[in-house]
Design a protein around this ligand. Structure first.
Ligand SMILES: [Zn+2]
Length: 226
């Protein structure tokens, strides 16, 4: 296994059995580049690939920072809906990009059966989109659309900040994902809303990025009309 990775044993909060997970050592991944929707490229191991833990015994899966946070009711739902169909399988050890996408899709299925909030679905879907982008697979677009639906619903129904997501960043993501999936009119509308919002001034870097992407969407719209 790569030196940047190590295994540790944890206890599953759903089935109470122990299993191994693989973690990335802190500070071994150097950031090379960031896309306009915050997809990060690393030199060395991409920590996002190891972000989801999957219990090999029962099929419970979640992002590692959320793994232990599960209500008794949700644990019961997983035991009744996911575990009976689950075939024992470990996700420990080095992951290929395909394995990491698979782990995220199992986490997504877990969120769906738990009837999770839109913000949680968006967070997982955008990461699946990034992994497909890194794999140069056009399924990236499907997952950007799912993430866009999640962020739009988050904006309409949830109270900010949602986890680490603030209202401005949510608006930015809606603008940028609309642009990336080709909804240029909507992209312009959402970016304008962010640029014109009084609380946007709290984050000048984000507003600057929003202005650039707003211009880009306008140029793309102009090109499309030619
Ligand atoms: Zn389990």
């Amino acid at each position: 296994m790569d030196n940047a990775l190590y295994n540790t044993t944890i206890e599953c909060p759903v089935c109470s059995k122990k299993f191994e997970v693989t973690k990335v050592r802190a500070k071994t991944s150097k950031v090379l580049e960031r896309d306009s929707d915050f997809c990060v490229y690393y030199e060395g191991i991409n920590p996002i690939m190891y972000d989801v833990w999957v219990c090999e015994h029962c099929g419970y899966a979640a992002q590692q920072d959320k793994f232990s946070e599960i209500s008794d009711r949700d644990a019961k739902t997983i035991k009744e809906t996911i575990s009976p169909k689950w075939h024992q399988r470990s996700f420990a050890g080095e992951r290929s990009i395909e394995n990491s996408i698979e782990a995220f899709k199992i986490a997504l299925l877990n969120l769906q059966v738990r009837k999770a909030k839109a913000s949680e679905l968006a967070k997982v879907c955008i990461r699946i989109a990034w992994l497909y982008r890194i794999a140069k697979d056009e399924k990236e677009k499907d997952f950007m659309k799912f993430a866009l639906k999640g962020y739009t619903e988050t904006f309409e129904k949830e109270n900010f900040p949602v986890d680490k997501l603030d209202e401005n960043t949510c608006l930015y993501m809606i603008g940028e994902l609309n642009r990336r999936v080709g909804n240029l009119d909507d992209s312009i509308k959402w970016f304008s809303r962010l640029i014109g919002s009084p609380q946007g001034r709290q984050n000048p870097k984000l507003i600057e990025a929003a202005r650039e992407q707003f211009q880009l969407a306008k140029e793309q719209l102009g090109d499309a009309a030619k």
